[in-house]
Write a protein that binds this ligand. Structure first.
Ligand code: UDP
Ligand code: MG
Length: 315
């Protein structure tokens, strides 16, 4: 039998929490009754620096049910780091962990299938959404652009998968060794390279409250997904440089021809004005890409603990 820990990152989820705790508690009980998981399986709620009643609720629920545990981060570290905190906490304490959003937009019933795929030998089971109909047009478009860029730049991703997954104890311990200050688990988990499988599930609209993924958080996640997995953008600068060199050589040749064989040459104009505009644009793009990487080196080199576990419901 499997000792299961379900990890739920929560950021200002007070409105959803009661229903979520009830549902997840019921689900764990059901899995226990079916003898799929052990009696000491539980849900681990990670309060990601909420400013509402989230932690108070987690504390209260943890007192009435041994299947509710919680840890609290000292400030809002972001969804991926809240997940990292939960995974580190679960590491070594379970045979499998499942991460799922606290709003339960992802159908928790799929967990039973996750477990059966694990029994069939998978170390990682990805939950994959059947469609994107619950996303607005904007989010849908952003996701498409992101997947297009990621694919062409060589980031391995499972399409339609968003952090609803099962990890075996082994996969979890390996994932925890990716001690990145700005992790992107959708890219990291496929790098683990263990046997994996896929389970399809339906996405429901959010029942309570609003999305905790602001536009800026979404863009940051997409940027992390691309820049922390690939150096191809850096190589593109090189390619661009070669192209520019070629074009400027052609231009030199053209200016020479005009100067030698016609009388219409305005001395110095083409060779000065055109490159000024062209190069300054390209330099700015190049600098911004380099800056992105330098920024990442800067963040990693500082080596600050990316989150601090503040409190726990247990010792
Ligand atoms: N979340 C978090 N920290 C954040 C933002 C979100 O822990 O800074 C959690 C949130 O509580 C939820 C999950 O991440 O459990 C997914 O967020 P949300 O449902 O708001 O995103 P959406 O479904 O709109 O993409
Ligand atoms: Mg959601």
């Amino acid at each position: 039998m499997t000792r299961l820990i379900i990890i739920l990152p929560c950021f200002n989820e007070a409105e959803s929490l009661e229903k979520t705790v009830e549902t997840v508690d019921g689900l764990i009980q059901e899995l226990i009754d079916k003898k799929l998981v052990t009696h000491d399986s539980y849900a681990l709620y990670v309060d990601d620096g909420s400013t509402d009643e989230t932690w108070a609720l987690i504390l209260r629920f943890s007192q009435s049910s041994s299947r509710v545990q919680g840890i609290r981060l000292s400030s809002n570290a972001g969804h991926q780091l809240a997940l990292a905190a939960g995974m580190q906490e679960a590491n070594g304490k379970c045979d499998a962990c499942v991460s799922i959003d606290a709003d339960l937009q992802q159908d928790p019933k799929a967990i039973e299938q996750f477990l059966s795929r694990m029994r069939d030998g998978a170390e990682v089971v990805y939950g994959v959404r059947q469609d994107r109909s619950t996303d607005g047009f904007f989010k849908y478009s952003l996701a498409n652009v992101f997947y297009f860029l990621a694919r062409h730049i060589g980031v391995k991703l499972v399409r339609g998968h968003a952090d609803y997954r099962l990890l075996s104890a082994k996969a979890l311990s390996i994932a925890c060794r990716f001690a990145e200050s700005d992790p992107f688990y959708r890219g990291i988990i496929p790098l683990i390279g263990l046997r994996s499988d896929i389970v399809e599930f339906e996405v429901k609209p959010r029942e309570f409250g609003v999305s905790k993924y602001s536009f800026s958080k979404m863009v940051r996640l997409a940027l992390t997904g691309i820049t922390s997995f690939s150096i191809i953008p850096l190589r593109l600068i090189g390619a661009l440089g070669v192209l520019v060199l070629f074009v400027s050589l052609l231009l030199t040749f053209y200016v020479l021809l005009v100067r030698l064989f016609t009388d219409s040459a305005v001395p110095g104009w083409a060779s000065i004005v055109v490159p000024i505009y062209m190069l300054s644009g390209i330099q700015m793009i190049s600098l911004s890409v380099i800056g992105e990487y330098v920024g990442r080196i800067f963040l990693e080199v500082k080596g600050r603990p990316p989150f601090v576990v503040w409190e726990k419901t247990y010792d």
